[in-house]
Design a protein around this ligand. Sequence first.
Ligand SMILES: NC(=O)c1ccc[n+]([C@@H]2O[C@H](COP(=O)([O-])OP(=O)(O)OC[C@H]3O[C@@H](n4cnc5c(N)ncnc54)[C@H](O)[C@@H]3O)[C@@H](O)[C@H]2O)c1
Length: 442
Amino acid sequence: MGSSVSSRLLAKVADRSARIGVIGQGYVGLPLALVFAESGFQVTGFDVDATKIDAINRGQSYIRHIGPERVAKAVAAKKLAGSTDFDQLAGCDAIFICVPTPLGMHREPDNSYIHRTTEQIAARLRAGQLVVLESTTYPGTTNEEVLPILAAKGLGTPGDFLLAFSPEREDPGNPQFSTRNTPKLVGGVNPESTEVAAAFYAAAVERVIPLSNARVAESAKLLENIFRSVNIALVNELKMTFDRMGIDVWEVIEAAKSKPFGFMPFYPGPGLGGHCIPLDPFYLSWKAAEYGVWTRFIELAGDINTSMPHYVINKVIEALNDESKALKGSRVLVLGLAYKADIDDDRESPSYEIIELLQARGAIVSYCDPHLPVARKGRRHDIGMRSVPCTPEGFAGFDAVVVSTAHKEFKNPALYGRVSLVIDSRNLMAGLPKAGPRVVKA
Ligand SMILES: NC(=O)c1ccc[n+]([C@@H]2O[C@H](COP(=O)([O-])OP(=O)(O)OC[C@H]3O[C@@H](n4cnc5c(N)ncnc54)[C@H](O)[C@@H]3O)[C@@H](O)[C@H]2O)c1
């Protein structure tokens, strides 16, 4: 029976008659829905957020680096439609899950979105469907959590349905790598699931790498993110070390980078941001505890990276102190709310923590971010502010300006004409003329 589910789905991939559903139309789900639609499939993008679904159906994009023309074209060609009606899942041959996987209050994995979505699928599951989880999670989620929910109705895999994990690898705003040309890892709960899921992706992306099982695919994604978290922590520690020694870490990195082998540059900053690097490593440390294993590198990297906003605050305090000013009562402008340059994604951004730490110490804080004119309410932060204009007038009248994000708009020397002190956590000011405000690297 397993082979008949596989062969029917493979035939539907080959002639593009397979109907695809993508649940969660965020930074990951919308680009995935688009690449499938652009490959000739009919795709439904599901979300609980009706504003996103309405935007899709109007042919609009709500993610800055995804051009509205792509959405408009796919919708006009009737290859993409948005829906909040999960009953339509029954009509899909393949369902891809791209819902959030945040951390709870105590840094524990919150898989409730995956569970809720899987329950929605299970309620409508029929023989002949493929389900693929894309949300980043710990090894074992697909086999131990998703599979039992799907199988609860009496259907089994591979006889009735297929199930795989394929980690998402979006790098928002990266001009070189998009969903289509980033290799896709695929691991199923059985060989049939791997084969069919790989065939779906192969129809839409340039390179697919089948793996022996779902747990390897889940683990590979975590290795990628832990690698980044640990290396960023290392370079943050070296920044603090070299600073004490009077050595410029940025010049050190540039020098080391000239080595053509065995070195990869990572850059220090005010802390980690984004949906992945600050959160995902803790998914593994949580799961590892079940096996009696203590993931020391992950915890140490987390400790260093989460302390970086405090390091920046200390630098602000010292820099103001040099001018016989207290932080309390000083006016401070924070540049950038997004967690990285030239994007509008502010999730887990250290800028929020920096703003709150400054406010807790009595500073009068404003921010400037041309990509985020109004600060959004997040899971942990609600600063309720609007950006000051990104103009010399907007930057005037502050005792200190703190660079938290190196947006290209901030690289304009004219902006700093009426600024006397900059605390720079991104080495942004290095590219500007020397004659300007006093710059303290943080
Ligand atoms: N953004 C990235 O760059 C990135 C990179 C790698 C991995 N990931 C992973 O991909 C997954 C999704 O992340 P994202 O950045 O796309 O998140 P996102 O917040 O941009 O999008 C998630 C979407 O899911 C929707 N949603 C929430 N609950 C739902 C439900 N029950 N049913 C249907 N829709 C629901 C939300 O409304 C939202 O639109 C996460 O596991 C994340 O770790 C993200």
